[in-house]
Design a protein around this ligand. Structure first.
Ligand code: SER
Length: 899
């Protein structure tokens, strides 16, 4: 069975079991707590935690995953990978253990037709329920079910988050593939028992204190490795012998041209190229930190294993092209990003091949020098890393191959010192869009945009494929320091070309991304003009960011440091170090302080200083920013002093108004604030007030109607409630004069509105309950009248009675009262609604003893009204779609009783 068929059969099977087929997510997760997508459940984490509502209760996906915890094993075993595909089915508060087990068992044994006697099961040692389902219901013999401990059979997405006991399904590959040790069983490290499927019974959230908190809704998260099940279904010895790998490995063999090849190297290359290709297509580029570093490690390790196979030329892009070919129908993003993938891989190969030879020579030298202690010193490892681009993990591996150790602690110390130096100098931000562009000959662009919004400029270079141009000077701000690039227009010969973005290279060249390049040629003069309204909104957010930074330090303390930011026309986002969630009061204080500074109408100035001078003045330097010898210092009165290359308003009053929209945790000790300023803030505040006003009005209407209904029932007078709404004009006024007081009053108004809403909601619920009780009381007090309607059939007392729109509770109440008064009887009550009806049938015990059954009567009644009924002999109920047949149904019941 081809791997493509396996994917399809898996999804089809779960669709037939009511699952929605959903796309997998990117390898770069939305979840900020993990670096890479490591399981199919990750995209559903908020759903499992109950933070988001699922759109489907059951889902199935094929998810590309990347894990580095097994990287050492890759190529050395038959079954480990960095990149792999996970087939998963999920239940969000829908089915649980029994069905999850049943589905997995049915798919494996009936659809994939695996022999039952080759499958083994592991369950969490304390999970008797799962054990019993496997043994009693799936009929798996006890000797093939294993109880494993928490380490093996309790799955968690990470140190915190959803988790639960799990059950794994293993495939026995036979003793020839095993280690032969006594006690070799599922969970053993050898290749005999292959774990193919993991069923996780999600029921807890592990919180930040490490406690397991029971989730409101249980869920199911399963994952089956495609590569593994393919090796089983294709009857081959290892994952690398499946159709997913064979073409890639053949290609590598062919490029190598040698006869005897190291299997491990072949497998490592194939695995790592699959990983790299998918990572790049999902937006990762080789870098020295984070995900980019993982990618770099994978590529450089693959390059070195190519060298071990005797391949001296660039070759990884060729393999990557085959990966794209093979997988693009499943992951279309591969096709869309083909050019980027190939060029990023080529660049990385060019760079590493340029130093690999020399680095290996240095390695040899160092090893000769340290032949006695067999340790590669930290300083050498650092040099290999810093000068020759050897990821330290790669150096460790090379050292180990010759029986050497590497002084990792020493290496870390060197790295820390370098980070210190880099921090002082500022690190250039990586620019994804500029990848692969040869911009070496350009220096710092002349940026006019601090003063001007338009200018004449001459085109210096055009990159037609990427639609990029470089101008000799420009009013366009190139994205940097968190501030987005300007957009705008270029006019050339009466034609208007749109500038979609402007980027800044580490060397300071501003690159314009345009929507078309027809008519753009070097030496041509253009009229460049930025979108002023976008720039103005962005500037307001940028200056507000500085005010926010300072206010946070004042309110929370000096440990607050900027960890990242986004400054755009739509909003600002500010990430900062802080150990706990700021309280509501603290946030309001911060917000009020920023508004205070806006209200003070403070002049915003730019000072040109040397870096040293600026630091001496106490200016805050931002992480991740590259500073030259001369720096710009942004001074907001005596309040804030920061190094900044961005553009700003000239006076804080231009910001208008500032409002914090959202605060959240970004990771351990890092918080994120999203806020809006200027016109955007005013609009948002107004919209929020409008929305609250609307909700209030709506609820008020409902409340009034309920009051009228209640008054009709009870005769009580309607007590008036005070209407409360926010006058939008008043809000506007408060925002116009932004200051601490205005800011506080805006928040107070919102609190008050929210308070009124909550109060009204409570009242509404209370009145609804009162009405229900009132109706019940009435129903039972009127019941005495119905006793007079009792007829006698066949010596049995029977009441058949139709009501208007009575609830089931009301019918029950009537029925109880009648029975209490009449003694032995049959009571048949129906409540009629437009287009449907409900009914209740009660039979007293003495009549049940004589063979009268409410359930049977309900069946007769239900059929006649196009519905159904059921229950017990003494009491049954039901409903139907045809209220016009209610009398016929009563007759039918009477007829049945008369027999
Ligand atoms: N999340 C579980 C795992 O990765 C099952 O999909 O093993």
């Amino acid at each position: 069975m081809k791997s493509s068929e396996i994917r399809e059969k898996f999804l089809k099977y779960f669709e037939s079991q009511g699952h929605k087929r959903l796309p997998g997510s990117s390898l770069v997760p939305k979840d900020p707590t993990v670096l890479l997508t490591l399981a199919g459940m990750l995209q559903f984490k908020p759903i499992f935690l109950g933070q988001e509502k699922p759109r489907h209760k059951r889902a199935a996906t094929v998810q590309k995953c990347l894990r580095t915890n097994d990287i050492e094993q890759v190529g050395r075993t038959a079954r480990h990978h960095t990149f792999f595909e996970m087939l998963g089915n999920f239940s969000f508060g829908d089915y649980f253990k029994r069905e999850a087990i049943k589905f997995a068992w049915e798919l494996l044994t009936e659809v994939f037709k695996l022999p039952r006697n080759r499958l083994l099961i592991a369950v969490f040692e304390k999970d008797d329920e799962a054990y019993d389902i496997w043994q009693k219901e799936m009929k798996v013999p006890a000797e093939r079910i294993f109880r494993l401990d928490e380490e093996n059979n309790f799955w968690a997405v990470g140190p915190t988050g959803p988790c639960g006991p799990c059950s794994e399904i293993y495939y026995d590959q036979g003793p020839v593939r095993g280690c032969g040790k006594t006690g070799c069983a599922p969970g053993c490290d050898c290749d005999r028992f292959l774990e193919v499927w993991n069923l996780v019974f999600i029921q807890y959230n592990r919180n930040e204190n490490g406690e397991l908190v029971l989730l409101k809704q249980k869920g199911i998260d399963t994952g089956m490795g495609l590569e593994r099940i393919a090796s089983v279904l294709q009857g081959v010895e290892s994952n690398f012998d499946t159709d997913l790998f064979v073409p890639l490995i053949d290609k590598i063999k062919q490029i190598s041209g040698q006869k005897k090849l190291n299997q491990t190297s072949l497998r490592i290359i194939a695995d790592h190229v699959r990983a790299a290709t998918n990572l790049i297509s999902d937006g990762v580029i080789p870098e020295n930190t984070g995900r980019g570093y993982i990618l770099r490690r994978l590529l450089r390790r693959a390059i070195r294993h190519g060298r071990l196979l005797g391949i001296e030329r660039q070759f990884l892009a060729e393999i990557a092209a085959d990966v794209i070919e093979q997988m693009r129908s499943v992951y279309p993003v591969l096709e869309q990003k083909r050019a980027t993938v190939l060029s990023a891989i080529k660049t990385e190969e060019t760079n590493f091949l340029a130093t690999l030879e020399q680095g290996l020579a240095l390695f040899k030298e160092v090893m000769q020098q340290h032949a006695k202690d067999k340790v590669v010193p930290g300083a050498s490892a650092f040099k290999l890393h810093d000068t020759f681009g050897f990821p330290v993990e790669l150096s460790c591996e090379i050292a180990a191959e010759s029986g050497y150790n590497l002084d990792e602690a020493g290496f870390e110390r060197e790295m820390e010192q370098q980070r210190e130096r880099a921090r002082a100098a500022g690190i250039p931000a990586e620019k994804k869009k500029l990848l692969g562009l040869n911009l070496d000959k350009f220096g710092r662009s002349e940026f006019l945009g601090y003063e001007k919004s338009s200018s004449q400029a001459k085109i210096e270079a055009v990159f037609p494929d990427e639609k990029f141009i470089v101008l000799d000077r420009t009013p366009f701000y190139g994205e940097s320091g968190g501030q987005v690039g300007d957009t705008g227009l270029l006019k050339v010969g009466g034609k208007e070309i749109r500038v979609l973005d402007a980027l800044l290279t580490p060397k300071g060249t501003i690159v314009h991304e345009v929507d078309e390049i027809d008519g753009l040629k070097p030496e041509v003069t253009v009229d460049a003009r930025i979108d002023i309204s976008k720039r103005a909104a962005t500037q307001a957010h940028h200056t507000a960011t500085h005010l926010l930074h300072k206010a946070l330090r004042e309110v929370l303390g000096d440990h607050v440091k900027q960890a990242g930011s986004y400054v755009g026309p739509d909003k600002l986002r500010f990430d900062f170090s802080h150990f706990a969630a700021p309280t509501k009061q603290e946030l309001e204080q911060v917000e009020a302080m920023v508004n205070q500074k806006i209200g003070e109408k403070i002049k915003v100035e730019v000072l040109q200083k040397s870096y040293k001078e600026a630091v001496k003045m106490g200016a805050m330097a931002l992480f991740g920013e590259k500073y030259g010898e001369q720096v710009r210092v942004l001074k907001i009165g005596n309040y804030s002093l920061e190094l900044c290359g961005g553009t700003h308003v000239k006076n804080t009053s231009e910001i208008g108004f500032f409002k914090i929209a959202h605060e959240s945790a970004l990771g351990a000790g890092v918080r994120r604030i999203e806020a809006v300023a200027g016109q955007v803030a005013k609009l948002q505040v107004t919209y929020k007030a409008k929305a609250l006003n609307d909700q209030l009005e709506e609820l008020m209407r409902k409340y009034r109607l309920l009051q009228i209904e209640k008054s009709n029932l009870s005769g009580e007078k309607i007590s008036d409630v005070e209407v409360f709404k926010v006058e939008l004009a008043e809000l506007d006024q408060l925002m116009k004069a932004a200051d601490q007081q205005g800011s506080a009053r805006v928040n107070a108004l919102f609190d008050h509105l929210q308070g009124r809403l909550d109060w009204l909601r409570d009242r509404t619920i209370r009145v609804e309950k009162e009405i229900r009780e009132q109706k019940l009381k009435q129903a039972s007090s009127q019941a005495a009248e119905y006793v007079n309607n009792i007829k006698e059939v066949n010596g049995i007392k029977v009441l058949t009675q139709e009501f208007g729109q009575y609830s089931m509770d009301m019918l029950r109440s009537v029925s109880d009262t009648v029975r209490n008064q009449a003694g032995s009887c049959v009571i048949v009550l129906a409540a009629v609604f437009p287009g449907n009806l409900r009914f209740l049938i009660t039979v007293t015990d003495d009549l049940v003893a004589k063979g009268v059954s409410a359930r049977e009567l309900a069946g007769i009644f239900g059929r006649l009204v196009q519905g159904k009924g059921g229950g017990k002999d003494v009491k049954a109920e039901g409903g139907g779609k045809d209220p016009t047949q209610v009398n016929a149904a009563f007759e039918a019941v009477l007829a049945a009783l008369s027999k």
